[in-house]
Write a protein that binds this ligand. Structure first.
Ligand SMILES: CC(=O)SCCNC(=O)CCNC(=O)[C@H](O)C(C)(C)COP(=O)(O)OP(=O)(O)OC[C@H]1O[C@@H](n2cnc3c(N)ncnc32)[C@H](O)[C@@H]1OP(=O)(O)O
Ligand SMILES: CCCC(=O)O
Length: 450
């Protein structure tokens, strides 16, 4: 089969390719680092020139830069951006009235596409250059992109030579036979998502979690500064023979690997491989995962499947949250009715890690939220702020960790939970919380004031 001939047949420019978009279409921008760059720019140009092109519905998630189409002055009347997980960029788009969140359980996203969404008009995906077998590797996001290609009327790939090639699993790319148009991009460097500075609070939390990790454990680190801080401390620890099975591949996994802590030898499946479904970090990460045989990309319905997670012994899952209440309910997606990020795979890993033999799931947060005037605002509340969304229910929460301590809520009655949870709150806010707990009938006279 002459794949090069097919490639040449399908090769076009971004300007030509975007002509396929019609008013009313669903246009899927794929995910995170794989959002299109040149196609997005060309579509925005076309929309500027042709004001009759409207009622467009875009879908994407974890936007690392603001899509050009959303910058159009008249974007609010002409398009809606739907996000399966919002970053700060998308939070701003929510405020401007053009972005809406798609509630998901991340492990289920490929099935949403195949069985529920069922139809996409146009898919625009950044991919790595075609290999000799005719495949365009999805690189940093295997995620749900194979499912997206299956249900899209038109698949347009935007080839970027800087997209790392991530192999090892399945559904990691799309074949030229299943692609309608190929656009060679301007080869911009991959967008980065630096993990930010680690705070003293992050470090205090990390110091409480690391001693809970046994040698040979299999790690998942979530999104945000705190899980990354734990990763940095693991890199400096004496732990050995660790494995990785994580939804998101982040920079600190590279540091832990370089420190010689990861062998993956004790994994019962995918032995020796660091498994992930999407990656976002710095160029250090992108260079590390590129064509690396110890890395295995796979779709999210495999990586986040609770039975797959549970089949890995000593699974350690570390995720961040926005608010926790005195019942142990975890709200990681919103602050009241204000949308912040999304459910992502938090529940998948909370459930899977607890089901794993020797596994532990840690929900961590700073005890207070930073405020402009420096006043103390607790993240731990009697009840989740009105309108807040629960990501992990109270029965699912295992370890809760703040800079003041680590408590295990499994098996604890409501009064025991209240006591444990208040023990990790900011000391100046504990009395108020005890008063509230008392009013809510979850404080017993035998409860300890810590
Ligand atoms: C990819 C993976 O994570 S793997 C599997 C796990 N998935 C998840 O855990 C999904 C849910 N978790 C998350 O999305 C993240 O961990 C978060 C949002 C909880 C924390 O992420 P971080 O990047 O560290 O959050 P950060 O502290 O920067 O706050 C993000 C926003 O929330 C706001 N916020 C944080 N806490 C609160 C609060 N208690 N009340 C109101 N707003 C709040 C901040 O002001 C900020 O908003 P802004 O940037 O628009 O001003
Ligand atoms: C969509 C995935 C992001 C997350 O789990 O946080």
């Amino acid at each position: 089969m002459d794949y090069q001939a097919k490639y040449q047949e399908k090769l076009t420019t971004a300007k030509e390719a975007v002509k396929v978009v019609k008013s009313g279409d669903w246009v899927d921008y794929s995910f995170c680092a794989n959002h299109p760059v040149d196609l997005d720019k060309a579509l925005a140009e076309r929309m500027k020139e042709d004001s009759s092109l409207k009622d467009l519905k875009f879908r994407g998630g974890i936007a690392l830069w603001q899509p050009e189409v959303t910058k159009l002055e008249d974007a609010p009347g002409r398009l809606i951006w739907n996000s399966i997980h919002t970053t700060g960029i998308e939070r701003k788009l929510i405020n401007s009235g053009i972005c809406y969140y798609v509630p998901i359980r991340y492990s289920e996203v490929p099935r949403y596409y195949r069985e529920n969404i069922k139809h996409v008009d146009v898919a625009f995906i950044q991919v790595a250059p075609m290999d000799k077998h005719g495949f365009f590797n999805f690189g940093l996001s295997s995620s749900h992109l194979a499912a997206l290609c299956e249900i899209s009327d038109t698949v347009v790939v935007e080839v970027n030579e800087n997209m790392p090639v991530c192999l090892g699993g399945f559904e990691v790319g799309v074949h030229i036979d299943d692609v309608d148009m190929v656009v060679e991009s301007s080869n911009r460097p991959m967008a980065e998502m630096p993990s930010g500075k680690t705070s003293e609070i992050d470090e205090a939390v990390a110091k409480l979690i690391v001693p809970e990790i046994p040698n040979g454990a299999c790690l998942q680190l979530g999104i945000g500064g705190m899980p990354n801080a734990v990763g940095s401390l693991i890199a400096k620890s004496d732990l050995k023979d660790l494995g990785v099975h994580t939804e998101m591949y982040v920079d600190s996994f590279v540091d832990i690997t370089m420190a010689g802590k990861i062998t993956g030898k004790r994994k019962s499946i995918d032995k020796g491989r660091q498994v992930f479904t999407f990656g976002a970090g710095t160029q250090k990460l992108y260079d590390f995962v590129d064509a690396n045989p110890s890395i295995m990309a796979a779709p999210v319905d495999y990586v986040n499947d609770i039975d797959v997670i549970a089949s890995l012994d000593n699974f350690i899952s570390i995720n961040n949250t926005v608010e926790v209440d005195l019942f142990g309910q975890v709200a990681s997606e919103t602050g009241g009715t204000r949308h912040i990020s999304g459910a992502g795979g938090q529940l998948d890993f909370v459930l899977g890690a607890y089901k794993s033999k020797g596994g532990k799931s840690f929900i961590c947060c700073s005890s207070t939220v930073p405020t402009k005037d420096g006043s103390l605002k607790s993240r731990i509340k009697p009840c989740i702020t009105e309108g807040g969304i629960i990501t992990a229910t109270r029965a699912n929460t295992q370890y809760l960790v703040t800079e003041y301590g680590l408590v295990n809520l499994k098996g604890a009655s409501t009064w025991e939970r209240a006591e444990k949870i208040i023990s990790v709150c900011h000391p100046d806010l504990r009395d108020e919380l005890i008063e509230e707990a008392d009013k809510m009938h979850i404080w017993n006279r035998t409860n300890k004031r810590v």
